[in-house]
Ligand binder design. Structure first.
Ligand code: GRE
Ligand code: ZN
Length: 316
């Protein structure tokens, strides 16, 4: 069993339960998920069983990104980050934290990121997709947040959520395609492409974004994206999309255990850009852990992906 650090691991506390959005699961299954998000003892027991030395915790989806009111989002993010800081302080050798950010107010989000990293000791931020009523982070109003991400040298984990309610026509009659089955990856991969096309990495070349689920389709589509984008005269970028993907992104293994895809990503981006994640409790901790323990890659790559890259990136 390889020693692991898991970095897309969700938590909540009883008083913050309202921040976690039921994606449409039956009430009893949803209650079990909430209980698993709260219960630190069961989590630590599972981590011990599967060789996960440390979990970087974050709120589940949609978190602060569900809140339409900016002042309410700012106070909710502060409360959530303070609660997470207490959880981390209860087991500092096992847990770290990714900050929740109130992007409804970009200046407040930049300030809260700063507080979370410099005062609470968090190792980055995790954001659940667009901010109501539908803001994506390539917009210049979010530049203060990218400026802080770059200056603090911490990653921004772009975590999935479902598409905007008025953009679900393609899933009509097929609700099973919403959520983690498919729509999460389309939504999040497209958001990541907006960051690249919007020149976020031209302006903030040191900014780092983490994508889960083996990269939300980007590694498999980036060559075509770059080739076609280069033929659009109005879409000029200094840094090519393939270079952005290699130099500004990390990819995690959360909830996507396809060996051929992992091997392709290692061959293209390098094993040093891949990080282990279990996505507990939305995925079984055993599934991700047992896969990375046994998947056919070199032992050096396995150790890098399982924990060494996270130690380097997150300064653990
Ligand atoms: C996840 O984090 O992967 C997740 C959620 C909510 C529902 C399903 C899911 O946060 O996979
Ligand atoms: Zn997740």
């Amino acid at each position: 069993m390889v020693a692991k650090i898991a970095i897309e691991e969700h938590f909540v506390t009883p008083s913050l339960e309202g921040l976690i959005t039921n994606p449409g699961w039956p009430p009893d299954a949803w209650r079990r998920t909430l209980d698993a998000l709260i219960d630190l003892d069961s989590r630590l027991e599972l981590m011990d069983r599967h060789g996960i030395e440390r979990a970087v915790l974050s709120l589940g989806s949609n978190g602060i990104q569900e809140e339409p009111d900016a002042p309410a989002a700012v106070s909710a993010a502060i409360a959530a980050n303070d609660a997470l800081a207490s959880v981390v302080a209860s087991h500092p050798d096992r847990f770290s934290g990714f900050a929740a950010l109130p992007l409804q107010d970009p200046a407040a989000a930049a300030a809260e990121l700063d507080r979370a990293v410099t005062e609470l000791g968090f190792v980055g931020a995790l954001v659940n997709g667009y901010t109501p009523p539908g803001e994506y982070y390539d917009h210049p109003k979010f530049w203060p947040v990218w400026e802080r991400i770059e200056a603090l040298g911490v990653p921004f984990y772009l975590h999935p959520r479902n598409p905007l309610p008025d953009q679900r026509r393609i899933y009509e009659g097929r609700p099973e395609l919403l959520g983690p089955t498919w729509a999460f990856a389309v939504e999040t991969g497209t958001h990541a492409l907006r960051l690249i096309a919007g020149g976020v990495f031209d302006r903030f070349p040191g900014a780092t974004v983490i994508l889960g689920h083996l990269g939300e389709f980007l590694p498999f589509a980036i060559q075509r994206f770059e080739a076609r984008l280069s033929r659009i005269p109005s879409a000029k970028l200094e840094k090519a999309p393939t270079a952005c993907l290699r130099e500004n992104f990390y990819i995690t293994t959360s909830g996507n255990y396809h060996t051929a895809s992992l091997r392709a990503i290692i061959a293209d981006l390098g094993a040093d850009r891949v990080l282990f994640a279990a996505d507990y409790p939305f995925e079984e901790m055993a599934d991700g852990a047992e896969w990375i323990d046994a998947v056919e890659i070199s032992e050096a790559d396995r150790a890098a992906i399982a924990s060494e890259n996270a130690k380097r990136l997150l300064h653990l």
